[in-house]
Design a protein around this ligand. Sequence first.
Ligand code: UDP
Length: 448
Amino acid sequence: MSRVVLFPYPAQGHINPMFQLANILHHTIGFAISVVYTQHNAPDISRYPHFQFHLISDPVTDDNSLIPFRGNAINVLNARCARPFKLCLARILSEENNATVRCIITDAMWYSTQAVADELNVSRIVLRTASVHSSLVYAALPLFHQTGYLTSMEARAEDAVPEFQPIKVKDIPTFGAKDQNSIVEFFSNVFTETKRSSALIFNTFEELESPDLAKLRRQFDMPVFAIGPFNKRFSAAETSLRKQDRSSIDWLDTHAPQSVLYVSFGSIAAMDKTTFLEVAWGLANSGQPFLWVVRPGSINGAASAGSEVLPAEWAEKVSGRSCVVEWAPQQEVLAHSSVGGFWTHSGWNSTVESICEGVPMMCAPYFADQMINARWVSEVWRIAINLERVFARRDVEEGIRRLMTTAEGVEMRRRVAALKETAAACLGPGGSSYEALVGLSKFIMELG
Ligand code: UDP
């Protein structure tokens, strides 16, 4: 049996698509799967009795200063994980029943695994868990840096970036001046090593990002497989690192079709207390029913959930039309008939999941690729309202009104419903992602 070895990057938004890919390769194609993982954000391996798992000692568990993985921490993480990964992979390759390891598939963030693959003479395929359009912007970061573009960002914040329309200078992910050099170095490594790999996989579909896929193929000159949306083949629920609160589904059951706004800012984004209260009061003043995910750590520096800072008069105002949970079964929530809109931080998984369920969005991006995704959903696909990064309760209230109650919102819903149909069609026989998966499977079989 042909085997593929996968190494997910240990963050929720990276673990979900890597395990979805593992399921696709195993259940749809028939590959045997080995997963190398770190103790930090370890998956629940009991859920996958049909996969082999290999734990490597990682530096994160003993060194909390590396969390969250920002700035130089991700370079350090790459450097420190390379050797344990190499030893583990060498062991897997030497095991008799693993004679047919065709390739490794590692997250683009694990750039140090390319050198390991070279040393052990095994092919590496890269999974990039972000969108194609944001990857193109990231790939240009070293160039932006060289030309001094990043140092003059504040003064030019509202300027367009002509090569990457419709993004503005302020959407370029810089991660703050302190970390700029490390981040530029990091992404330079990511894309240099990706270009040295055998192929690239994206959780997207041709019809969604066709011009950007064409641009990327020209620029990277390597096989690129757009085989998404992954979540329509396998749910992300299985790899949730937090317990999903199913009471939110019972609560949704009691509401009218398309009446509820779902609010979640993903697994990492955190805001200051003032912004958190602006969100809360914007929701309250909108008059709309809402389901709000307030995760522990949602407020900067606070370990607790954050809902305890909500005042009693707020609770009174939203009583009967609000549900606040720490973590939701997001995919099921988005598929629920009562949900009419999604206020999101524009993480790529959340964006794809929303498109797949035909739910229009309101975006409040925080960092990394989120500003670019928000620009795309609001201005290219025109299925979202973009609040941008700085907002007040009035903007929130107005945005919700536009999304949930106006003709503009109806138009967005119509456009995203069309994309939902396209997403479903591309997975069926003859569809773009179906064919790309057939191509990927042949490609892997010819490796090794
Ligand atoms: N998610 C979830 N429950 C929640 C919020 C999020 O299961 O209450 C999942 C969501 O379905 C998605 C992932 O967490 O698959 C978040 O990934 P995304 O890329 O959107 O954002 P990140 O967490 O990486 O910022």
